[in-house]
Structure formats: structure tokens, C-alpha cells
Ligand binder design. Structure first.
Ligand SMILES: [Zn+2]
Length: 325
């Protein structure tokens, strides 16, 4: 199960993390956390019922959730965008579902999914960079999720890019990467351009209620709207800069882009890659392969399923597994 900001998706998969069936639901970020978790539990139950999969054949439930997660206790310590603080996800869902549950950060789960079943198979060091409302990284080193000394490794969205004069971030600092390349920021910039150029390709796409604003923005760029292309290139230099810093510290073989960065990868990737290669130390960037995820919208649930497989299938016992994922 993937829990994002304002939406969650439940999927049942086989042992190769291939989807058997899936369901998605939106929620208001103002909803109390326990109400959201109860809705999630109901959707899991519904999905099981409709799939005709025998409940006894379900190994367990993997949850990839937004925010800082203690994977040992299954507690969401802090998810600023959801207003969650010390939410015991595992305990609540296990009580509701009567199935074993394991929880980790959703982008870490996506990175694990790539390492097991995606572009990261056979790769020693990879980073998965997810961009949507927030921006985060999941890091896998030698087949293991890297968490750092606590639970905070991979908070690339709060890498400070513009310390002087940068916009205030929801974390309290100024000029974080998230204030430059997240979906709300790109849409804010796009709306300013559309207001300046009424009836432009961009303005028409953003006014189209049939498609999401971010899809409209990418569509306008693909149709050659120059101000939109220029704005995307300009903002994406900052992502390239953040990735150059990541490359200098981590020296990965592979960087995978997910979420909005994958959705617009044809527009985003060339600038990001060129900036990263130009700025990384001593040509370190030359050997880094940068790719959009091949899983598309499934990346979240494939990641969560990989987490469940790791904890409830590959490892001998849950107690040892939970501390080793
Ligand atoms: Zn920040």
C-alpha cells in the first residue's frame, strides 16, 4: 500500500510484485490520521474481497508512507504535509486487518522495489528521487535500504540550495530544494506565466478541467510553449545541482526519477542530467545512469509490496527482518 499526500493506493501482488488488482482513494489532508488509517483498512479489506484471493494466502501488508517513519515500530514520526505526528500506522492497521503489517517511508520502499524488480537489479548503489508535493530520496546500497544512523537518510527535498533569499520551506528553513522543484512550486510558476500570457497554450491547458494541472503544464511544454519550457529548465537546474551534491556524497551507479519527475522526464531529464554531470566533482557524474522509473504510477505499490516481501518472505523471521530491512 502506498500512502501519499492526499491519496492512497492499495494493491495485491504476487511474489514478483506484479499487480493482481489495485484500488485508489483520495483523502483530505485535514482528516484526522486515524480516520485515514481506518479508510485504508477498509479499502484493503475491499480489495481482498474483490480479488478472490484467499485471505490465508496473504503474507502480510507492506506500507510505504509519506514522512519520517520508524520502520521498527511502524510509527510515522512526522509527516508535515499530512499534519501527522507520532501516528502508530502498523499497530492501527494490524488491529483492524488482523494481518501482519510493516511500514517504511514510501520513497525508500520505491527504491527497494527498483532494486528487487526494476531498473536497479544488479546495481550496487542507487538513489530513487521522487517528486510530487514533496521531494524525497530512497537509497539502496548493496541490496539494503540505507537509512543513516536514525531514520532520516534521503531527505534531499530539504537540501538547502538557496540559503540567502530562498523561499520559506514547510520545514522552517529557507531555500530548500522542495521550494524550487516540487509540483506546487512548478504549478505556481506556471500559473504566473499563464496569467501573463492569457490564451497561450499553457493558459488553455491549465484551464482544462479534464486533465490535472501538472499534466496540462507538461502538455503545454511538449506543444512548444516557450515560457513553460524555459521555466521548467530553469527550475530543474536546481534538481541537477542537488543531484550533483548527492553524487559527490554517494557515488551511485544509478539515479531513478519517480512521480512528477518521471511523468515529465522527457522535459526534465536532459537539463537535470546535464547540470548534474557539469557540477559533480571530477567527472563523477559521467558514470551515473539517470532514468525515469519503468513502473510509472505503480512505483509506490511495487515498492510497498517489495517491503512486505523483504520482511515477510525473504527474511527468516519478522523480528530479525524488521531490524534488517
Ligand atoms: Zn525544507
Amino acid at each position: 500500500m502506498h500512502v501519499g499526500i492526499g491519496m492512497f493506493r492499495v494493491a495485491i501482488t504476487n511474489l514478483h510484485a506484479e499487480l493482481i488488482c489495485n484500488k485508489m482513494m483520495s483523502f483530505s489532508v485535514d482528516q484526522p490520521a486515524f480516520d485515514v488509517l481506518d479508510n485504508i483498512a477498509n479499502l484493503v479489506q475491499e480489495t481482498i474481497d474483490e480479488s478472490n484471493v484467499n485471505r490465508h494466502r496473504i503474507l502480510g501488508v507492506g506500507v510505504g508512507a509519506s514522512g519520517l517513519i520508524n520502520h521498527v515500530t511502524g510509527v510515522n514520526l512526522r509527516a508535515a504535509s499530512l499534519g501527522w505526528h507520532d501516528v502508530p500506522i502498523r499497530e492501527r492497521l494490524e488491529a483492524q486487518l488482523n494481518l501482519p503489517v510493516c511500514v517504511d517511508n514510501n520513497v525508500r520502499a520505491m527504491a527497494l522495489g527498483e532494486a528487487y524488480f526494476g531498473l536497479g537489479r544488479g546495481v550496487d548503489v542507487l538513489a530513487f528521487i521522487y517528486g510530487r508535493i514533496g521531494v524525497g530520496a530512497g537509497i539502496v546500497v548493496n541490496g539494503q535500504v540505507f537509512r543513516g544512523s536514525g531514520v532520516g537518510a534521503g531527505e534531499i527535498g530539504h537540501t538547502i540550495i538557496l540559503p540567502n533569499g530562498g523561499d520559506l520551506c514547510r520545514c522552517g528553513q529557507h531555500g530548500c530544494l522542495e521550494t524550487l522543484v516540487s509540483e506546487p512550486i512548478l504549478l505556481q510558476e506556471a500559473q504566473l506565466l499563464a496569467d501573463k500570457n492569457p490564451n497561450s497554450i499553457l493558459d488553455i491547458h491549465l484551464s482544462d478541467a479534464e486533465s490535472s494541472p501538472i499534466s496540462g503544464m507538461f502538455a503545454a511544454a511538449r506543444e512548444g510553449d516557450q515560457p513553460t519550457l524555459g521555466m521548467i529548465e530553469n527550475q530543474m537546474q536546481y534538481l541537477g545541482l542537488a543531484l550533483a551534491n548527492l553524487v559527490n556524497v554517494l557515488n551511485p551507479e544509478l539515479i531513478i526519477l519517480g512521480g512528477m519527475f518521471a511523468q515529465g522526464s522527457d522535459l526534465i531529464l536532459p537539463k537535470v542530467e546535464a547540470t548534474m554531470r557539469q557540477l559533480a566533482f571530477a567527472g563523477l557524474g559521467e558514470n551515473v545512469n539517470v532514468q525515469p522509473t519503468g513502473f510509472g504510477w505503480r512505483a509506490g505499490v511495487v515498492g510497498a509490496a517489495s517491503l512486505a516481501l523483504k520482511v515477510f518472505f525473504y527474511e527468516a523471521s519478522r523480528e530479525t527482518a524488521v531490524s534488517n530491512i
